[in-house]
Write a protein that binds this ligand. Structure first.
Ligand code: SF4
Ligand code: SF4
Ligand code: SF4
Ligand code: FES
Length: 353
């Protein structure tokens, strides 16, 4: 069991498990330390210095996202730290030609607004070489990228792949596909995880359809992905004016998937509004054509049809196909229906073989 230690936080003695990251220990004691390159899902990195704090005995401020608490540590978050943070934010802004493309969620701009920081000028060599990736789901705006490496670290630590790399130095630095010219030339599965880890919107959905609104103006409806039985929790982002789904996101706090999705869960949503989609029950009439009807009527017709088969050929002539795309509860109910109402044990899943 982890030993509890005591350390000093802004003059108060507080307790924390030994070795806990300072950023978490401070948050539990009501002191919020802003971060930028830090991601709860990823290993400590300490790259951007946005979270620095004063530490007694240290000649320079240290990053709270990479500092582990120890007995007797003495930390100050309010001496010269706010001014340092403001200067750092301004330095990041002067390196970026396009810090706010298309109203994407942007932690750097949120920080700038909160601190009242503005770019006094933009560096003459701020322009970074763009490239057009031929994949149709995600794009990259180098002039928005703060080189925090969250995307690259996500690919390596969560997706266990090496699809993205940080290339070049200084003004030439940017994120690129590790092999070839496109993410499609790498082992990228287009899960969009790097996109969700990006704090500035430099990696973005090309697939956002039917809205010009920024993400924060969309209505989020919590739901469960319907594509497979893993049951990842998702937020369906709906344009409030058109009532159309424009993108899918997921929150790191969701238990089943911690905000991670696969390509289907994140990007395959436009079938919902496809005109060919069945949106109401249909029953074949005497004319041989399918006609819209009510659920009560459709279920009555299905029940009568099944009863007819049972009478003519016996219950074992009926087979039921379940699906791994259903929830466990739905599959349970389906086998119950098969075994008790239809009296057949012929129930199987199409994914089982
Ligand atoms: S989309 Fe997924 S698989 Fe592709 S680079 Fe990003 S994290 Fe890796
Ligand atoms: S693309 Fe986003 S996550 Fe990746 S380095 Fe740039 S800002 Fe950071
Ligand atoms: S996001 Fe992918 S893994 Fe998760 S439930 Fe949907 S299809 Fe399954
Ligand atoms: S958030 Fe701590 S160094 Fe970037």
């Amino acid at each position: 069991m982890t030993r509890s230690i005591e350390f000093t936080l802004d003059g108060k003695t507080v307790a924390a498990p030994e070795g806990e990251l300072l950023v978490y220990a401070a948050a539990r004691h009501g002191v919020f330390i802003p971060t930028l390159c830090h991601d709860d899902k990823l290993d400590p990195y300490g790259g951007c210095r946005m979270c620095v704090v004063g530490v007694e005995g240290s000649p320079r401020p240290l990053p709270a996202c990479a500092l582990r608490v120890t007995d007797g540590l003495s930390v100050s978050t309010n001496d010269s730290v706010p001014q340092f943070r403001r200067t750092l934010t301004e330095m990041l802004l002067v390196e970026h030609l396009d810090p706010d493309p298309g109203g994407r969620p942007n932690e750097l701009l949120d920080m700038a607004n909160e601190l009242g920081a503005e770019a006094p000028f933009v560096l003459p060599d701020a322009k970074r070489e763009p490239y057009e990736d031929r994949n149709r789901l995600m794009g990259y705006t180098p002039d928005t990228c703060i080189l925090c490496n969250r995307c690259v670290r996500y690919t390596q630590e969560v997706m266990q792949c090496s699809a993205l790399s940080l290339e070049g130095r200084g003004p030439e630095a940017r994120i690129v596909p590790t092999h070839g010219h496109s993410w499609l030339d790498t082992e990228c599965e287009l899960c969009g995880g790097c996109l969700s880890a990006c704090p500035t919107g430099a990696i973005y959905e090309k697939f956002e359809e039917g809205t010009t609104r920024p993400e924060r103006a969309l209505r989020k409806v919590k739901s469960t992905c319907t594509f497979c039985g893993v049951g990842c929790q998702i937020d369906i982002n709906v344009d409030p004016e058109t009532d159309r789904i424009v993108k899918i996101t997921s929150d790191p706090s969701y238990v089943s998937n911690e905000g991670n999705l696969c390509v289907k869960g994140r990007f395959a949503f436009n079938f919902v509004h496809h005109p060919d989609r069945l949106t109401e029950p249909l029953v074949r009439g005497d004319d041989g054509e399918l006609h819209p009807t009510t659920w009560d009527d459709a279920l009555r017709v299905a029940a009568e049809g099944l009863e007819g088969v049972m009478e003519r050929h016996g219950p074992q002539s009926i087979g039921v196909l379940a699906s791994a795309r259903l929830t466990m509860e739905e599959n349970f109910l389906l086998q119950k229906l098969a075994r008790t109402a239809l009296r057949t044990n012929s129930i199987h899943s199409c994914e089982a073989t």
